[in-house]
Design a protein around this ligand. Structure first.
Ligand code: CUA
Length: 340
């Protein structure tokens, strides 16, 4: 109080009275300070109580014991090269998922009612989220780490899976589905898929089934199931894929596109697209050949194919690997294709 500059300069203040006023003001301030401190403490305690409640009653748990390695090391593991649902023993499933901007692979997970699934998840590029609606599953997917958890799906139905970490311009499109079907129905589906594969193999058209699977897992996020792409970002493959194939040097270009990606704004069928095609080197020669053949025979593309078209072969893809090419070099090549 002796520091108060008004104490001796204010002629209207009696020195003793002034001191009493000040003490009262001080007491008032102290009272409010106590109130605010108690309120802050109460808020913190409320949060602690909520967390404790969710851990004990709702069965939430904090993820721990995650594996860590370079993203390339992780992604080279079998379960992430071909992310999938595998039945380990009756009722027990392993589900592996790779997230990338802006899709989850696989885009749909199907499980039978009552299945206990152990999930292994990682990200190919940036931080993504993996939240299954109507469950308490909500994990972060971090490049170079594997998030793992177990969940038992007792209620049949369709669950949306969403990314809840802002990961870029396509974040709001980053979604997938988890479908829990009745046990009988599930068995039937597995059987049907097997039959379909055997039939395709018998008729020498295994590439149709495999190509569709590769496409569904890796390409639908951007180019969509109907091959129409996303306006402004990802071009349609219907019609356009055949136009690329028919261009001068187009056959190799189309295969290289899968191996090296493409970066830069492009014009397709009169519209501009400025998404980024990642390189898909990690896919096998068979997978790349199959998916190219699938794309060239779907959405009416087969009608547009040249009569002398021959299927891409795995050997053809293998021969194109290890070139000194990248997404920018591919962009330069694209300019030379003579497309309009
Ligand atoms: Cu991935 Cu948002």
């Amino acid at each position: 109080m002796t520091n108060d500059p008004n104490e001796h300069n204010d002629p209207n203040t009696h020195p003793h009275g002034h001191n009493i006023d000040h003490d009262e003001a001080h007491a008032e301030i102290t009272k409010w300070e106590r109130r605010w401190l108690s309120l802050s403490a109460l808020i913190s305690l409320t949060f602690v109580a909520f967390i404790a409640y969710s851990l004990v009653v709702e069965g939430a748990h904090i993820a721990q014991g995650t594996e860590r390695a370079t993203p390339a090391q992780l992604l080279s593991q079998d379960m992430f090269v071909q992310p999938s649902v595998t039945e380990l023993s009756p009722g027990n499933f392993q589900v592996s998922v790779v997230a990338q901007a802006y899709s989850f692979n696989p885009p749909e997970i199907r499980l039978p009612e009552g299945a206990t699934a152990t999930f292994f998840l990682t990200s190919r590029d940036v931080l993504h989220g993996f939240q299954i609606e109507n469950t308490n599953v909500n994990v972060e997917l971090i490049p170079g780490e594997v998030s793992s958890f177990q969940y038992t799906f007792d209620r049949p139905g369709e669950y949306r899976v969403v990314c809840n970490e802002f990961c870029g311009v396509g974040h709001h499109n980053m979604m997938s589905r988890l479908v829990v079907v009745e046990a009988d129905e599930y068995e039937e589906e597995v059987l049907l898929a097997q039959q379909r594969l055997e039939q395709a193999q018998a008729s020498n058209e295994a590439w149709r089934v495999s190509g569709e699977a590769v496409y569904t897992s890796n390409c639908t996020g951007c180019h969509q199931a109907n091959g129409q792409g996303i306006a402004g970002a990802f071009p349609p493959l219907a019609e356009h894929a055949v136009n690329l194939l028919r261009a001068d040097g187009g056959r190799d270009y189309l295969a290289n596109l899968q191996l090296y990606g493409l970066q830069g704004p492009i014009e397709v069928l009169g519209a501009t697209y400025n998404g980024n095609m990642p390189a898909w080197k990690q896919l096998s020669d068979d997978d790349i050949a199959d998916v190219l053949n699938y794309v060239l025979h779907t959405w009416g593309n087969d009608e547009l194919l040249p009569d002398d078209f021959e299927l891409y072969s795995p050997d053809e893809i293998a021969a194109l690997r290890d070139q000194d090419l990248d997404a920018d070099a591919m962009y330069a090549r694209r300019q030379q294709l003579g497309l309009d």
